[in-house]
Design a protein around this ligand. Sequence first.
Ligand code: HEM
Length: 432
Amino acid sequence: MKPFGGFSRDTIDDVLVNPQATADGSVHDAYRTLRADDPVHWCTPAGFRPFWAITRHADIHAVSKANDRFVNRHRTYLAPIEAEKWTLATVGDTHLFRTLVDLDDPEHMKLRKLTNSWFLPPNLKRLEGEIASLAKAAVDGMAGRDRCDFVEDVALLYPLRVIMRVLGLPPEDEPRMLKMTQEMFGPQDPDVVARSARITAGAGAVAGSGDPQVDLFALAQEYFGYFGAVTAARRANPQDDVSTVIANGMIDGAPIGEREAMSYYVIVATAGHDTTSSTAAAGMLELIRAPAELAKLRADPGLLPGAVEEMIRWATPVKHFMRTATVDTEIGGKTIRAGDALCLFYASGNRDERVFDDPDSFRVDRTPNPQIAFGHGVHQCLGLHLARLEIRALFAELLPRLAHVELAGEPRSTIANFVSGLKTLPIRYRLD
Ligand code: HEM
């Protein structure tokens, strides 16, 4: 095996799990090195159980597709050993929730089928007008001033409002939902916790014990309390929303379990919020950094769907998910033993030079663009059509009105290694 670029074996392993390296982008140097030198790499970072790091697009695709040999239930994302131990001792399971991504077929497919058609384009078409109105309101909120924090003022709230519509939750619960979704993925970053406390003052703080595990558990309990009430309300009075589908869901003739129902709300609320926010903010930043791309897109709105795909590739807000091998098998020429964990680094696959021409440049007209940010196979993102629709609606509203835009401060990213993106994007602009 060739040496690991400028990294030693130990440092490259630690970089892969380091939230700071994800935030400052230096993790991409590690990904690039591994894609070239050791694309299926046995990784033993300090404080984490070992795993295979899968960094090439083709291998991520192959593992995701083979859900008979690579399962989800044992280990879903990179958590430190101490956090895993705490969860096991506190909830008697290595998973705090039992969401779709923690389950395998047949149980996973039965649960997924409950809401699948809700998230497909024919049904979403009904929401297009409402989503366009929410996008217009978000951009109207930028009018009458010449600067804002695009994350806090636009990208954070607009997707939250869309997902609250999807779940049928009332606008007055917005601060509470914002706090709950933000603290789910951002507890490694004190800025995110502080921001959520500031924006949502009065929403009833749960975070702040100083111990991320204790805070996460308190958050889970808050979720359970909130959505328990939603379930009761939707059973008594069904509405046209996903909460009604979950609350009244039946599997094999019986109502779905309490923990499964709660976990379902949680994954829709959290997966549907931060990911789309991060992509919209990353897209805005790249359009500022590449004025020629912005000009191209403004001149030809027909490029927008492709530009959205490129924003998703560029942002890759879900950095990884994990699988565990059920049998001895082989990937990329390496022998994987039954019980070994594998980490699928989507953020690396989306910069794979074997698949993407000039992968480190942002091009609104990139074709083809087989980005893998939504995963692949049976767990492929349930909300991918909604995410595309939402991001498209926002930029379709914003771009024709945006006469000028530039950075007004330093953009900074959330310090987290699982789901993350920009936490601040100060901009100066002129809206027509
Ligand atoms: C699963 C990414 C937006 C709901 C996933 C997975 C990824 C992902 C990587 C796991 C795929 C796999 O294991 O193969 C993204 C990205 C988004 C986004 C990049 C935005 C740009 C959304 C939205 C929703 C959503 C808007 C709203 C409902 C889900 C759910 C799952 C999931 C429920 C679990 C699916 C399953 O395990 O069967 N997403 N997501 N996501 N996503 Fe998304």
